[in-house]
Design a protein around this ligand. Sequence first.
Ligand code: FAD
Length: 281
Amino acid sequence: MGHCLVPAAEAVLDKEFPVLNKGFVRMVDYLGGDDRVVQSARVSYGEGTKSYREDAGLIDYLLRNSHTSPFEQVVFTFHIKLPIFVARQWIRHRTARLNEISGRYSVMKDDFYVPAAEDIALQSTDNKQGRSAEALEPAQAEKVRAAFAADQKAAYAAYSSLVEEGIARELARINLPLSLYTEWYWQIDLHNLFHFLKLRLDAHAQKEIRLYAEVLFDLAKKVAPRCCESFERHILGGVSFSNEELTELRRRLDGSKEDSGGLSGKDLERFEEKLQSGRQM
Ligand SMILES: Cc1cc2nc3c(=O)[nH]c(=O)nc-3n(C[C@H](O)[C@H](O)[C@H](O)COP(=O)(O)OP(=O)(O)OC[C@H]3O[C@@H](n4cnc5c(N)ncnc54)[C@H](O)[C@@H]3O)c2cc1C
């Protein structure tokens, strides 16, 4: 078996999938697929591909038991256009290779992120890192949008005039805001993409990066659908419990009415949250 050609992946190759107001994700290339994972896992036994059911079972087994290296045999290259504040969060994922547009070399484009009115909300009162689930009144949201747009326009005008005056581009850009779009090529293998997706598809991740993660996951499903299905079942849809939480869980499953006294306050809240969590399939 030579190069893995996956028809569903070929069909989306090079297509731009829009994200936010001006961003996109485009899959430039891929290497491998479900078959490559199976093939590389079986190398230890000198066996080739078996039936569809056995192959799917093997992938599920590998994922469930954290036998992660066969998933590293599948590699993706994406071209991504994203606001700098999203890029700041993204770049923390160190197990990828990337090349970004240079603001020292190129004049940055006049492309800024302005959130849609329904995405503008007050600071959450129960989550220090997030926004409230309720959107602002439309008129208030429009005011915020107009304020963002006016600041962006002024910042870009100042940048352009510095560039026109001949000031070095690497300096002219330094007052540009985090809402400016940047672009990069990002290459990552499936094992590390799963790690990225677990963190960035989570409800605790900021909505803007979550939207990119959704598109990446859809594209990964085209390349390696059976791997993605197992990931969705065991990782996205699963949760892990601490020792104390397991004790509480066993107590409830036994139908015990007695209070174990083990979990209380925030610990109990977190436990209840876990019971409700997981991705609905
Ligand atoms: C909801 C959310 C909120 C966050 N808030 C903050 C915040 O407030 N401030 C902040 O600074 N960051 C924040 N982060 C970023 C977070 O702390 C991680 O840096 C980021 O999620 C990348 O995770 P990672 O290191 O596991 O990923 P990767 O860099 O992709 O690494 C993958 C895995 O490889 C291993 N690895 C990689 N490099 C090393 C190394 N040098 N040494 C040892 N092991 C390594 C680790 O096992 C790691 O889990 C947040 C992330 C999320 C999802």
